[in-house]
Ligand binder design. Structure first.
Ligand code: OOB
Length: 545
């Protein structure tokens, strides 16, 4: 058990700490200090726009203080973890900065997560509280909160934005500001836990410190040209690392700009907002960028305020990149990042081939990038290999997960990203795919193993292998090869059954293919990874026949 009162720390060795400080990457900035300072400097400027709300920096800071004091008055102690599951609503930022102010540690869940994922986060983080919206995207989160509480996982508080029913309403939180911590947190302490796109089983928790995270978006601001005149649209889920910090909402708040929240990334919702708020910057995943490029051709809305469209989260092929550039009046920037740290950008003044054909280069001169073969030996530039990295904003270990840490980090602290890349001269990376079995479904990362585990629990499933299949729209879709046990279940029933287990909808297989057996030479003798590869290859070969 970790003592909740001891700030969680990341363990960079002393020589690297000294180097990152000396280079000016880590400046001892913290989130509470950042908001306090911006509220003073930009008091009456607009910080957040969403729904009917328009909050100035002063208003955001006032709300964060009230939430912080209110949470401590409810008995939460600095250092405790709080699972935050809010969609693209202004309260997301008030809550998160409130938690920072109180010394509490947010754990970022996505709105699509259901009981299986939330229970996992509560357990893994030993969370004491859970913050939800009453309803979001047509889903009522209060019954979900009841279900989680009934599991008796140590959760003491549920805070609800909106109609709280028997829970605590966010708006009712009140406390004594004098009870708030007088000192800013240690800049090297963990500010929050981000979640990983699971490659083996359920998501891992990613501890990010004030110093490392603030560095990542401050440096991103410079690369992406974010200033106090920037108006940034959060179209992807606000809790995801891309719209949060690359440079995302936090970068824009750091610069004194305006963050506009779109309840969904659909052109119907986003285009009117772009016109009304004169949005300048935003990030999308590739399928959405393609959809937007198409929709822009016929929209009555004025999109001329747009300056930069960032595309990342999944591979944007050169052909798709060309279509995006042709369809939208913006500068394209490719972003290849990961919640664990490393973020690569094409630079705004790069030549066209680089912008269309690569996923950019790292933020920092101190990002160390290794491209190695299966034996761990560096390969020459231009050869595909495994991407390993360490640096001033890449974690050195997951929270509370020794087994994952042994797998995912080398002895000298490099993170094994699981991505296969090719490095070009100048350090630009071209992503080739994944070494692990995970599915990148329109930017959502799904572990094949996790989906298999769910399906194996179905009484009419004897065995299953889950693979990614290339998909024109999603990039990849989830395909489950199922050996039935007795009578074949109907695919819609299997999907509904899986949904009933409390799993995020994006993890439900798009396609279920029944097979009588797996190739005997592939079972037992070889790994599940090879079995999946063989099934995928056979399936694709049969499709093109
Ligand atoms: C972002 O973060 P995560 O943690 O959801 O996913 C990271 C993984 C990478 O390891 C890679 O497999 C894939 O997503 N990925 C890309 C990509 N960007 C991410 N694969 C190909 N091309 C790209 N441009 O997805 C994320 C975090 C910060 C900024 C942007 C994306």
């Amino acid at each position: 058990m970790t003592d909740p009162l001891i700030p969680l720390r990341q363990t960079w060795p002393a020589d690297l700490v000294a180097r990152y400080r000396a280079a000016g990457h880590w400046r001892g900035e913290t989130f509470p200090a950042m908001l306090r300072d911006r509220a003073a400097r930009f008091a009456e400027r607009t910080a957040i726009v969403g729904g009917d709300a328009r909050w100035t920096y002063a208003e955001l800071a006032r709300r964060a203080e009230a939430i912080a004091a209110g949470l401590l008055a409810r008995g939460l102690q600095p250092g405790e973890r709080v699972v935050v599951q809010l969609g693209n609503i202004p309260a997301f930022y008030a809550v998160v900065f409130g938690l920072f102010r109180a010394g509490l540690v947010p754990v970022y869940a996505l709105p699509a997560h259901r009981s299986t994922e939330i229970a996992h986060f509560v357990k893994k983080a030993q969370a004491s509280a859970y913050v939800v919206a009453d309803r979001y995207d047509g889903f009522d989160h209060r019954p979900l909160a009841r279900e989680i509480l009934a599991m008796d996982l140590g959760l003491r508080e549920v805070i609800v934005v909106g109609d709280a029913q028997e829970f605590t309403a966010l708006d009712s939180l009140a406390g004594d500001p004098a009870a708030l911590p007088r000192q800013d947190p240690d800049p090297q302490s963990v500010a929050f836990l981000q979640i990983s796109g699971g490659s083996t089983g359920l998501s891992k928790l990613i501890p990010r410190t004030h110093d490392d995270y603030i560095y990542s978006f401050r440096a991103s601001n410079t690369i992406c040209g974010i200033t106090q005149d920037s108006v940034y649209l959060v179209a992807l889920p606000a809790a995801h690392n891309f719209p949060m910090s690359s440079p995302g909402a936090l970068g824009v708040l750091y610069a004194g700009g305006t963050v506009v929240l779109s309840p969904s990334p659909s052109p119907d919702q986003a285009f009117p907002l772009i016109e009304r708020e004169r949005v300048t910057d935003l990030g999308l995943v590739p399928p959405l960028a393609l959809l937007w490029a198409q929709a822009a051709a016929t929209t009555p809305h004025d999109l001329s305020s747009l300056r930069v469209l960032q595309v990342g989260g999944a591979k944007l092929t050169p052909e798709a990149a060309r279509r995006v550039v042709a369809g939208l009046p913006v500068k394209l920037q490719q972003v290849f990042g990961m919640a664990e740290g490393l973020v690569n950008y094409t630079r705004l003044d790069d030549d066209e081939d680089t912008i269309l054909g690569t996923q950019g280069r790292p933020i920092s001169p101190d990002d160390e990038v290794l491209v190695v073969d299966d034996a761990g030996q560096p390969v020459p530039d231009g050869t595909v290999g495994h991407l390993l990295t360490r640096g001033p904003y890449t974690i050195r270990g997951y929270h509370n997960d020794e087994a994952a840490n042994a797998r995912s980090f080398t002895a000298d602290g490099f993170y094994r990203t699981g991505d296969m890349v090719l490095r070009k001269p100048g350090g630009y990376l071209v992503v080739q795919g994944r070494a692990h079995d995970h599915i990148n479904r329109a930017g959502e990362k799904i572990s094949a193993e996790e989906v298999e585990d769910h399906l194996l629990a179905h009484p009419q499933v004897f065995d299953v292998a889950v693979v990614s299949i290339p998909d024109e729209y999603l990039g990849e879709r989830i395909c489950a090869f199922v050996i039935p046990h007795g009578e074949k279940p109907r695919p819609p029933e299997v999907k509904a059954w899986m949904r009933g287990r409390g799993v995020a909808a994006f993890k439900i297989p798009d396609q279920i293919v029944f097979v009588p057996a797996f190739d005997q030479t592939a079972v037992g003798k070889t790994s599940r990874k090879e079995l999946r590869a063989r099934l995928r290859a056979d399936f694709l070969a049969s499709e093109t026949k």
